[in-house]
Design a protein around this ligand. Structure first.
Ligand code: SF4
Length: 293
């Protein structure tokens, strides 16, 4: 019998081989102007009985599961004790379990204490995928993210203190041509303050039905072309000084798959971006796409 998934289920690219388990349905925020992922879902936390029954089912079919991703949009919003219970059930069900990850909003981190996050880490929480989207206060405000840059730093600091690695997501092209420079510069500045372990960059895909889609349709925002998107990425990378961060832009939305360990390969990444931007022909982007970086 298959697991009972409710509606469309999303996961980060790096969780392609993980067992996806819905601990919550939808997103408790669900107001970001660019996001259509959970518009059809009313947010709720699934009952421990439902989650436990799915875990038992998965354990019967996939007893060697090593990685689990807790969906949907922000399972971190669950009460800490419930989340601890889910982690404990997963540990009992899967003897080879190596890590459990989930999506979290900055608001979820603000609502948890470092001590709670430490307990979650000790019980198996291996990483939090945190949607930052932009480091610019103006852009965060425009897309209705619901938090300020300072609040993001405060929440992320609790995860740091607890030793829970963060994988931060930023959206390339989010502010349109109009806000591209500020978006890039301020994002790099905020990322320096957070100093995450992982940074994932995806390109904006406007979704019909969202506020942002209408803004682009009406001309209030202008979409970046592939070259402008690459220049924006270059500006972010140029501004970054991070301790030990793995950078990836390998989402299906990205024109050019990129990867680098920023502390060691920033120069090489900038060089690669410059060489493609300098050529500026459709053919050069296509050939880099085929070759990969
Ligand atoms: S917090 Fe994340 S999942 Fe929720 S609406 Fe915003 S982008 Fe979408």
């Amino acid at each position: 019998m298959p697991l009972r998934y409710e509606g469309d289920v999303f996961r980060p690219p790096s969780e392609a081989n993980s067992l996806i388990l819905q601990a919550t349905i939808g997103c408790s925020h669900n107001r970001c102007t660019f996001c259509g992922m959970y518009k059809r879902k009313k947010f709720r936390v699934r009952s421990l009985e439902q989650i436990s029954s799915d875990i038992a089912l998965a354990a019967a079919y996939m007893p060697r599961t090593r990685r689990v991703f807790l969906a949907d949009g922000n399972a971190l919003t669950m009460e800490t004790n419930s989340l601890l219970k889910v982690l404990s059930l997963l540990g009992q069900a899967f003897p080879n379990l190596q890590r459990v990850t989930l999506y979290g909003n900055p608001q979820d981190l603000l609502e948890k204490s470092s001590d709670e996050l430490l307990r979650l880490k000790k019980s198996g929480l291996g990483m939090i995928y945190l949607g930052l989207e932009s480091g610019s206060a103006a852009v965060l405000n425009m897309v209705k993210k619901g938090v300020s840059p300072d609040q993001v730093v405060e929440g992320a600091g609790k995860a740091k203190e607890a030793g829970v690695p963060l994988s931060i997501t930023v959206i390339n092209g989010l502010a349109g041509v109009e806000g591209s420079e500020e978006h890039a510069v301020e994002t790099a500045r905020l990322l320096i303050r957070i100093d995450p372990e992982y940074l994932g960059l995806l390109s904006l895909m406007t979704v019909p039905g969202t506020t942002m889609y209408r803004q682009f349709q009406k001309g209030a925002l202008t979409a970046l072309n592939p070259w402008q998107l690459l220049r924006e990425i270059r500006l972010v990378v140029e501004g970054l000084e991070l301790t030990n961060c793995v950078f990836r832009a390998n989402h299906a939305s990205n024109y050019l798959p990129l990867k680098a360990t920023l502390s060691k390969e920033k120069k090489e990444l900038l060089f690669a971006l410059d060489s493609i931007i300098r050529k500026k022909t459709p053919g050069s982007l296509k050939s880099e796409l085929l070759r990969g970086l």
